[in-house]
Design a protein around this ligand. Structure first.
Ligand code: ADP
Ligand code: ZN
Ligand code: ZN
Length: 752
């Protein structure tokens, strides 16, 4: 009987059906090479094998199988399908994101695809010839060689001593090397005394001590509570622990149990920024079982990791960022999502626009694992789930050991300005504290939510500001690079010498970013060693790690940074944290602004005083009476949560509603306006008052295209699957219409 296979291709399209050639052994989840269209060869994943002939004439055959064994198990395919269905994209788009780039060879011909295929790096290994494993023969040979060819003799002894399979140096830095040079080894090979073979490099296992930290009484109680809830049948739990309470120690204990049983553990972190410190901490305990996975690794490394894991026997601990949820950990028993509230778990562009935290919760159901969400400042969604009994919950209310929560001081910028107690962007209070900290040999972190030197450049005469020609935003001034940059599209230009509008004055930088703060602080404290950490300064993993290591080992005194420095870092020497300007966090139009501000300020503050030396935090603001600021000072997460939840309920926002944000894009603003109006009208016919918009987003032009937004709010209890179905139908109809099909519509489920 002829067989067919539905193949998922890395496209925004449904699966395509191909014929399975006679005699081809094929399994679901395998990667294959297929011809797509007249002149394109792509990698696809076998989704389903069946015998139903599709009703088109020419059904192309699958060309060949790639990688041998299947890449995806059935539960993993179920996860991809869930992601596609929930986030309203194709399984092919999930494939695009889930598989490392080098694993999807393609080309205009079959030869091109073959040339594009990933080839694992092989290395040459040398071993004693099998005959010589006989001791008598070996000794006889040694006696002969010792006098006549001492070099060969030495090399032979070395190979014998190293056991089977010693890697030969190949120019690269090698871990175990022979002293003997290649020439001598080749002679030995010619004589049949040793064998040399090309082999894929294997990761050497070992080095794990499993020496776990001793837990405090509070930590032990939390760990026991989590275990009991997991065993009691609740697959997801929240660990709500204040900053510095030792959540990581609890992760370590839970991970150790799973690893000892041969299961896999996935530890998710919101940003690569944090991985280095945590990986080092994990490696001290779990040795080479720890694998890092993030975007700063080379494409080759990511692919090697993926392929290695498909062949793994279990006992893996992967520490990675959001895309690691797609790694083939077939014995996954525990997923830990650290800093679960963090918005970086959400991929906003391109599709799949998934939230790895929410996927981790779904994975507990689909893969039969357990999911632990950890945070000092949980998202309100998670907090509500934990308090309504849907998730398990354990709390750590105090910092570990003798560390106390930091004291938080507010410093009123308006008052300081009036009294003349302000220098640059610093109030006297903060400057005094920095001076005192330097005198005591302590370290300071300064937080400013903006990178660059100044947010914009403006003419003091006529008010002209430098704007991006393609986006409706001002350009950011970067002093070190002496240029203006668009943070949306990357456009750069030089600062004009004279104002292009009035030609009278010279445009000057206004406002301030991290670069300017670092410059000012270096002027105010010339003896201090100042470093900066943000997306501009952390150009590579190495540059980033160097800055972090310098600060951790106290080679720098003051670290200035964006949110990159706010999260998760555990620097023992930091006794002072300064927030330059809390106002722009609070004055955000987003409905999550208050929650976000509380989270960010609490996280930043949490970097201070993590050991014996008490920590102090100075927050500069023009609005010291602000409710959220007060709650941060009091460390009162519950008060913030209750106040915010009441508002969310009243105005029908998450967690009481689910949002789907639609963004329409087109170069022609008039066509866009008509299209958005028409789509809104049609959606209202289906969803009534659940539809908001069209709205012009805060930045309404990007890369030359105009933007319009629509928002769909669905009751939390209602069937979101049904709503997504109806919405999908309307969008397909809209996209098929001649008048509107040139409009791009992007669908973002649960936008952040
Ligand atoms: P969190 O992630 O909750 O902010 P960490 O896990 O980073 O806190 O812990 C804060 C500091 O306290 C770390 O330096 C950590 O090594 C230390 N610590 C916490 N618990 C223990 C413990 N049980 N034994 C030894 N050190 C601990
Ligand atoms: Zn001007
Ligand atoms: Zn731009």
């Amino acid at each position: 009987m002829p067989r067919f296979a539905d193949i998922v291709l890395p496209l925004a399209q449904p699966a395509y059906t191909f014929a399975v050639p006679e005699g081809m052994a094929l399994a679901e989840g395998q990667a294959v090479a297929v011809q797509f269209g007249p002149r394109k060869f792509l990698t696809g994943i076998v989704w389903r094998i069946h015998d139903r002939r599709p009703d088109f004439k020419t059904i192309k055959p699958i060309r060949r199988v790639l990688y041998g064994a299947p890449l995806l198990t059935a539960p993993r395919r179920a996860l991809w399908e869930w992601v596609a269905s929930y986030y309203m994209c194709s399984v092919g788009e999930v494939m695009r994101c889930a598989l490392p780039a080098l694993m999807k060879p393609s080309g205009d011909s079959e030869e091109e695809l073959a040339a594009d295929e990933f080839r694992p790096r092989t290395e040459r290994y040398v071993a004693l010839a099998p005959e010589l494993c006989d001791e008598e023969r070996f000794h006889a040979l040694c006696e002969r060689l010792e006098r006549r060819a001492p070099k060969q003799y030495a090399a032979l002894l070395e190979v014998a001593a190293a056991g089977d399979g010693v890697r030969i140096a190949t120019g690269e830095v090698a871990r175990r090397l022979l002293h003997a040079d290649g020439e001598v080894l080749r002679t030995l090979e010619r004589k049949g005394f040793v064998t040399i073979a090309e082999r894929e490099r294997t990761v050497e296992r070992g080095g794990s001590s499993f020496l776990l930290p001793e837990l405090s009484a509070a930590q032990r109680r939390a760990l026991d509570a989590l275990r009991a809830q997991f065993d009691g049948g609740r697959p997801t739990a929240l660990l709500h622990g204040v900053t510095g309470s030792g959540k990581t120690e609890i992760y370590i204990h839970l991970a150790a149990e799973v690893l000892a049983r041969g299961g896999d553990v996935l530890l998710l972190l919101p940003e690569i920024a944090l991985t280095a410190q945590l990986i080092a901490r994990m490696e001290r305990i779990f040795g080479s079982r720890v694998t890092a996975y993030h975007s700063k690794l080379t494409a080759r490394r990511r692919t090697e990791t993926y392929l290695r894991l498909t062949r793994s026997q279990g006992g893996e601990l992967v520490v990675g960022v959001r895309s690691s949820i797609f790694l083939p950990l077939d014995r996954l028993q525990l997923v830990i999502v650290d800093e679960e509230h963090d918005a970086s778990y959400k991929q906003s562009d391109p599709a799949p626009r998934y939230n790895a935290r929410d996927c981790a919760v779904v994975m507990a159901r689909l893969l039969g694992c357990r999911t632990l969400l950890g945070s000092a400042t949980p998202s309100l969604e998670t907090w509500l789930n934990a308090h309504s009994g849907k998730y398990g919950l354990a709390t750590l209310a105090e910092r570990y050991g003798d560390a106390r929560p930091p004291a938080i001081l507010l410093s009123d910028t308006l008052r300081a300005a009036k009294r003349g107690e302000r220098r640059g962007h610093f109030n006297k209070l903060l400057l005094d504290r920095i001076g005192g900290t330097l005198d005591r040999g302590g370290q300071t972190m300064l937080f400013q939510n903006r990178r660059g030197f100044a947010p914009y450049v403006s003419c003091t005469e006529c008010g002209w500001t430098a704007r991006c020609p393609a986006c409706n935003v001002t350009l950011t001034y970067h002093k070190a690079r002496r240029q203006l940059e668009c943070h949306y599209c990357g456009h750069t230009e030089a600062v004009p010498a004279a104002c292009p509008a009035c030609k009278v004055a010279e445009p000057v930088p206004m406002g301030f970013g991290t670069e300017k703060i670092a410059e000012q602080i270096a002027e105010l404290f010339p003896e201090a060693r100042v470093a900066r950490l943000d997306r501009d300064s952390a150009t590579s993993e190495r540059a980033f790690s160097a800055t972090v290591a310098d600060f951790a080992e106290r080679r720098t005194d003051i670290l200035v940074g964006t949110q990159m420095i706010a999260k998760g870092f555990d620097f023992g020497g930091v006794s002072l944290v300064g927030v330059l300007n809390a106002d722009n966090l609070l004055n955000n139009p987003d409905f999550r602004a208050a929650e976000r501000a509380f989270q960010l300020l609490t996280q930043v503050a949490g970097r201070a005083g993590r050991r014996e030396v008490p920590g102090e935090v100075v927050i500069q603001t023009s609005d010291p009476g602000n409710r959220v600021i007060r709650q941060v000072v009091a460390g009162d997460y519950e008060a913030m949560a209750c106040a915010e939840l009441a508002e969310r309920q009243a105005f029908f926002y998450p967690p009481y509603a689910r949002l789907v944000a639609l963004t329409l894009r087109h170069r022609d603003p008039e066509l866009l306006r008509r299209g958005a109006g028409e789509l809104a009208r049609r959606l209202r016919e289906r969803f009534g008052r659940r539809v908001l918009g069209p709205i012009a987003p805060p930045v309404d032009r990007i890369r030359g295209e105009w933007l319009a937004g629509l928002l769909l709010k669905i009751e939390s209890g209602a069937s979101t699957a049904r709503a997504r179905g109806l919405l999908g139908e309307e969008l397909r109809r809209f996209a098929a219409e001649a008048a509107f099909k040139s409009i791009t519509v992007v669908c973002d489920v649960d936008p952040q």
